[in-house]
Design a protein around this ligand. Structure first.
Ligand SMILES: O=C(CO)[C@H](O)[C@H](O)COP(=O)(O)O
Length: 362
């Protein structure tokens, strides 16, 4: 959502202006989705850095709103490494992402063995079981997850749960042959999901039709049943007419969650949990954000940015006005040339969060 120009002052150099901008940015009227976007990006970039290696030549690209950041990071690996790679999409959206990024498109019928697949998830439990299919792509997603030597999940902190169904409450997505949907619904009601419904389209009359021409049912089950997702998966999959179930049981090698504080939590298939404070290059990341944010601000508003003299490190650590720090070009350099003490990482992350709210595509 654009920030009303009247609320923005063209001069960010005085503390008053900074406070104004700061309060505008934290106004509850401005949705906090960009914090979430930044968390998605952190997770995606970290997972790509760790798992999409130069020797990987066949790469599965999942679906959802986190995956564009996966592609973004893969593109950043450079033409030299990408020119010999082929990318396999899980649906229309990822196909578009691959084509628009000028990466080579392939299909899983040509490449049934994939080096690594990176995908989003709707929710992930302590055992790396996932609910997938919020975007209705879980049939192809499961095929690509299974075909991959390594399947990695990327998501923001909201998806990190102990038990499935805690935050993603609309139910398990189930792709069904369209002519069989009423029968499958009836059977789902009988096996414990009385509220299972056919997913209806938002900008079309009638049901959602998957990329494979099937219908999708959303079936919420009681918490007790969600605690044993594998048993539930097999029961649902046995219903005639079911094409695929959006429960991915112990398929992922690791799940990366971007957190609000700029850290990334990694849950591994063997139960290990790691936390990276900031394993992407913070300097590169903040520079990237600021250059885009500045560009965008300049295109939207009559801003002039004053250059400021470098701040001493003590001032940086005390400063509670990350906008001022991140927007001013010289202090920005001061920040990035200082080293990554914990407080500096946090401070920079705040700056990053705020800049990402200013710049809506970040
Ligand atoms: O399973 C999916 C689509 O079928 C997506 O990966 C899942 O819905 C997560 O998407 P997002 O990253 O937008 O939350």
């Amino acid at each position: 959502m654009p920030i009303p120009p009247a609320l923005l002052t063209p001069d960010l150099s005085t503390p008053t202006d900074v406070r104004l901008l700061h309060s505008v940015l934290h106004n509850p009227g401005i949705p906090p989705t960009s914090t979430i976007e930044a968390a998605k990006r952190l997770a995606a970039w970290t997972a790509v850095d760790k798992h999409v290696l130069p020797e990987h030549k066949v790469i599965g690209i999942g679906s959802g709103s986190t995956v564009p950041y996966v592609v973004e990071r893969i593109v950043a690996q450079g033409h030299e490494v990408n020119k010999d790679r082929v990318f396999i999409p899980t649906g229309f959206q990822s196909k578009e992402l691959i084509v628009n990024a000028n990466l080579r498109l392939g299909d899983v019928d040509q490449y049934p063995i994939i080096d690594v697949t990176v995908d989003g998830a709707d929710e992930v439990d302590h055992d790396l079981n996932c609910i997938k299919g919020g975007g209705g792509c879980h049939l192809r997603e499961k095929v690509l997850a299974e075909a991959a030597d390594t399947f990695v999940v990327v998501a923001d902190y909201r998806k990190n749960s102990e038990v499935l169904g805690t935050t993603f409450i609309q139910g398990i997505p189930i792709e069904v042959a369209s002519f069989a949907y009423a029968k499958v619904l009836q059977n789902l009601h009988l096996i414990g999901s009385p509220k299972a419904v056919l997913r209806m389209a938002k900008a079309k009359a009638g049901p959602v039709v998957s990329d494979n021409g099937n219908f999708i049912i959303d079936a919420p089950f009681p918490a007790e049943m969600m605690k044993d997702p594998y048993t539930l998966l097999t029961r649902i999959k046995m219903l005639t007419g079911v094409v695929e179930v959006g429960l991915f049981c112990q398929m992922a090698k690791a799940a990366y969650f971007g957190n609000q504080d700029g850290s990334v939590t990694v849950k591994w298939h063997d139960g290990r949990v790691e936390k990276y404070n900031c394993c992407i290059d913070l300097r590169q990341y903040v520079r990237y954000l600021c250059s885009h944010a500045l560009h965008w601000l300049r295109s939207q508003f009559a801003f002039t940015f004053r250059s400021k003299s470098p701040l001493p490190s003590s001032a940086v650590e005390r400063c509670h006005h990350p906008v001022w720090l991140s927007v001013g070009s010289t202090p920005m350099d001061t920040i990035v040339s200082m080293h990554r003490t914990a407080s500096l990482v946090l401070l920079s992350y705040n700056a990053l969060m705020i800049m990402s709210r200013v710049y809506p595509h970040t």
